[in-house]
Unconditional design. Sequence first.
Length: 418
Amino acid sequence: MSAAKHPDHVAIVGAGIVGLSTAWFLQERGVRVTVVDRKGVAGDSSWGNAGWLAPALTLPLPEPAVLKYGLRAMLNPSSPVYVPFTTDVRLLRFLVGFARHCTASHWESAMKVYAEVNRMSLGSYDELADGGVREQTHLADPFLAAFQSNDDRELLVDEFRHLEAAGGEVEYDRLDGDEIRSLEPSLGGGVRSGLRLRNQRFIDPPRFVHSLADAVLDRGGEIVSGFDVSAVRDSERRGVRLLSRTADSVTADSVVVASGARLNALARPFGVRALVQAGRGYSFSVQPRQIPKNPVYFPTQRVACTPLHDRFRVAGMMEFRGPDAPLDPRRVQAIVEAAKPMFTGIDWDSRQEEWVGSRPCTTDGLPLIGATRSPRVHVAGGHGMWGVALGPLTGRMIAQSMTGDQVPGVIRHFDPLR
Ligand SMILES: Cc1cc2nc3c(=O)[nH]c(=O)nc-3n(C[C@H](O)[C@H](O)[C@H](O)COP(=O)(O)OP(=O)(O)OC[C@H]3O[C@@H](n4cnc5c(N)ncnc54)[C@H](O)[C@@H]3O)c2cc1C
């Protein structure tokens, strides 16, 4: 069995964007990989998300406005942020921890960290493309944010000022209602104000993640679906062994736990105490008369829309519940009601692909990336709203750290043992 530095064979739990990116970047460094997933490729959050690679919007979730808004909106099933009444101690601990981080000073320091990763995130996607991942990222030209009033618009502009003060970059133009509709004719009369953001990209999430999985397989990796890991056994002499509820165990030199919103169960025995809570989001697709060619964002309604080739995905909601809770049709209806006045030419009743998935959220809004108490057990997850944008960069950093390469200094903020 080889030493922890530069393992020959790594097992990865989770075939989402983070686990598969980790596999790909390990293969770049000559490591053999086995990816296991309780469902299959893109089995959870990495399937139904909005697919934005949007550095201008990739910001930490805990912020003072979310707390004020969240408290008002709590318990209201049609609110875009929904926290059901609960006596679940774990959820209450998460909410208290999250609320503690919703301060201006924490937000500003987290923004600086995000500004740093945002400068590198698209470059990691370019490395995947240069290395043969067939599905491409798309330049969003234009990437539009639409509002019912100029006052609403200025709230987002104010966030951009904070981002710039933290070292981030964002280029945008203000638009009036007619200007934004001339750029995106499917926008309706409810839209009276807008922003055009530059240099943002997007992907079709299911296609992209499957294409990444194909690239991992083409390079000799193994992906095992229906492998539900019940525990990780670690031994200095024999390496790690993944026990499964459903299949034979898998043995490797090291493991990366990239199991999204279910990260705690496997990582906690290795000293990871930071909570990862499902912030569940919903999406569905519609077929507008004319499918927009680029994403559209409604910040006030917290609704995100993305073209997926022949359909248009509409996503939103942040519901703090367990990852196994069933899809709640009231949330889908709430997204429909919020989006309807902003568009024209969409038959909302013929929507398809209704979906719920779990954003893996941490209390401080920062992901968990790196080694645990054991040098053979690593974690990569907890990216909350931005695991797609940051997945490949995460995969690159964890592969660098596991093979003894130089890792960007920003990784110190993501210590899983914090
Ligand atoms: C509505 C919505 C919109 C979003 N929009 C965006 C966006 O525009 N841009 C962006 O950057 N992010 C977005 N996100 C967030 C993004 O989807 C997530 O952060 C990201 O997909 C997390 O990836 P992951 O690989 O960590 O987790 P997941 O994709 O959840 O993958 C984890 C995998 O682990 C598997 N697994 C779990 N436990 C086990 C076990 N015990 N054994 C084996 N396998 C296991 C699961 O089956 C799953 O396939 C959005 C999320 C939602 C819900």
